[in-house]
Design a protein around this ligand. Sequence first.
Ligand SMILES: Nc1nc2c(ncn2[C@@H]2O[C@H](COP(=O)(O)OP(=O)(O)OP(=O)(O)O)[C@@H](O)[C@H]2O)c(=O)[nH]1
Ligand SMILES: [Mg+2]
Length: 224
Amino acid sequence: MTQEIKVVRRVLAVNERMAEQNRRRFAEQGVFVLNVMSSPGSGKTTTLQKTIERLMPATRTAVIVGDVATTHDADRLAVTGAPVVQVNTDAFGGDCHLAAHVIEKAADDLDLDAVDLLIVENVGNLVCPAEFDIGEDARVVVLSVTEGEDKPVKYPTMFRLCDAALLNKIDLLPHLDYDKAKAIGYIRQVHPGMPIFELSARTGEGLGPWVDWLRARVEAKLNA
Ligand SMILES: Nc1nc2c(ncn2[C@@H]2O[C@H](COP(=O)(O)OP(=O)(O)OP(=O)(O)O)[C@@H](O)[C@H]2O)c(=O)[nH]1
Ligand SMILES: [Mg+2]
């Protein structure tokens, strides 16, 4: 048991160093990096498709997307015209997250000089991705209304570490007995003051404030 804990600590320490290296590289190349996380199916890819459509071409955007297997998400995201790199973690043990060294290699396949915003769609999982810094500038968690209200308190690390929460699939609210106020209360309990954007990636409702928030963060870094 003690041995296992030591190994985990070492893996995280190595990741931390690699993440700092990524962070320096992205700063030098003038790229803002957004890490998007959530449980499987909450709507990361759909939200990103709509977000990228609104940002491009003014904000030159590229994507690294992680899944255990398939290129489904890369195919969907490529429709936006953004360069996309798909990472399949089954090639190295089916990891439930993208580690910093994986991002470093995937970024080599992109022309970062022509990129302002690099979006990383992490592997669908509310636990592991939160543990692995990838050298990002901002982290967001997508939570859909079909997942139940209590995910923020069940998986608090993810919500504590993220800079914003996207409450997705609000178009479905009329069909559910979802208590939105309760869900928002749980998010605030774990992370007081975190911006929460209520939206529907399907209808586009509520996307504006989220895209404005992201654009402002990207511009602040690029103009610093
Ligand atoms: N009704 C509704 N459905 C949505 C919305 N956003 C996404 N979906 C649907 O939810 C399902 C999952 O969406 P994805 O965007 O693939 O979710 P994801 O988080 O990228 O999934 P993984 O990458 O597999 O973790 C798809 O069938 C989407 O069409 C929404 O705002 N409203
Ligand atoms: Mg996806």
